[in-house]
Design a protein around this ligand. Structure first.
Ligand SMILES: Nc1ncnc2c1ncn2[C@@H]1O[C@H](COP(=O)(O)OP(=O)(O)OP(=O)(O)O)[C@@H](O)[C@H]1O
Ligand SMILES: [Mg+2]
Length: 223
């Protein structure tokens, strides 16, 4: 059993997309996965109501600061993996989810990110350390990065992250139509109708590479 929270202090960073990409990739590989929807807008619940909902996924709706620990504990007892998708603001819900997680994934849009913002994104981890003395395992995930050319900006950003000792996934979530299509058409990348959008195969490769890195991060010793 592993609990993974996908958090960022910035709205629109790619939390819900990352949550669904990881959950569906794990489920399509045969795992039992719970997703706790802790965003008042309930984006996971809306995605799950569409067609082609993958087997092996259970959605736990209406997570909030009073029930989040109970929901995560219940989901963890019933599944191999639990993903938590909170809203994009700092809140007690996020703090509780982080505290009970084995891994925190912090998505950041590469286009609007500089290293100062990356440091801000890590505040919730630092606050938890101040409260408990423990560092929750975490990784920054660059999202919506350009598929083709690697911009100068992105290279600079990767250097800044390394210079500031900010742990980041090597795999990035590339900007692709297929990642949007799972929300309009429902289901998973694997269940998108062939040719409904371009680049489905590449999106699946991207999702699998990220999932493998998440699994490796879970296996590593606590930092
Ligand atoms: N890799 C990607 N490729 C293409 N579009 C993406 C990708 N990641 C995210 N998006 C798009 O960016 C927008 C924001 O993504 P998402 O909803 O996942 O962010 P969020 O952090 O959950 O936002 P919120 O703070 O509102 O909960 C959505 O329109 C989504 O489709
Ligand atoms: Mg969201």
């Amino acid at each position: 059993m592993a609990v993974i929270s996908v958090v960022s202090s910035k709205g629109g960073a790619g939390k819900t997309t990352t949550t669904v990409v990881l959950a569906t990739t794990l489920a399509e590989a045969g795992a039992k996965v719970g997703i706790v929807d802790a965003d008042p807008n309930q984006p996971i619940v809306r995605w799950a109501a569409k067609e082609n909902f993958p087997d092996g996924i259970t959605v736990y709706p209406d997570g909030n600061q009073s029930n989040i620990l109970d929901l995560i504990t219940k989901a963890a007892a019933e599944n191999q993996f639990v993903l938590v998708d909170p809203e994009g603001t700092a809140s007690l819900t996020v703090a509780y989810a982080v505290g009970i997680s084995d891994l925190v994934v912090i998505p950041c849009q590469a286009s609007s990110l500089d290293s100062d913002q990356a440091v801000k994104a890590l505040k919730v981890i630092e606050d938890h350390k101040r409260l408990t003395g423990k560092t929750v395992r975490h990784r920054l995930l660059l999202t919506r990065t350009p598929a083709a050319i690697r911009s100068l900006n992105l290279k600079q950003l990767e250097q800044d992250l390394e210079a500031n000792n900010i742990p980041a996934f090597q795999v990035q979530l590339v900007e692709r139509e297929a990642f949007k299509a799972i929300f309009t058409l429902g289901g998973s990348l694997q269940r998108l109708p062939a040719k409904s959008v371009s680049g489905i195969e590449r999106a699946i490769e991207n999702a699998e590479a990220l999932t493998n890195e998440v699994l490796s991060a879970l296996k590593e010793g606590a930092e």
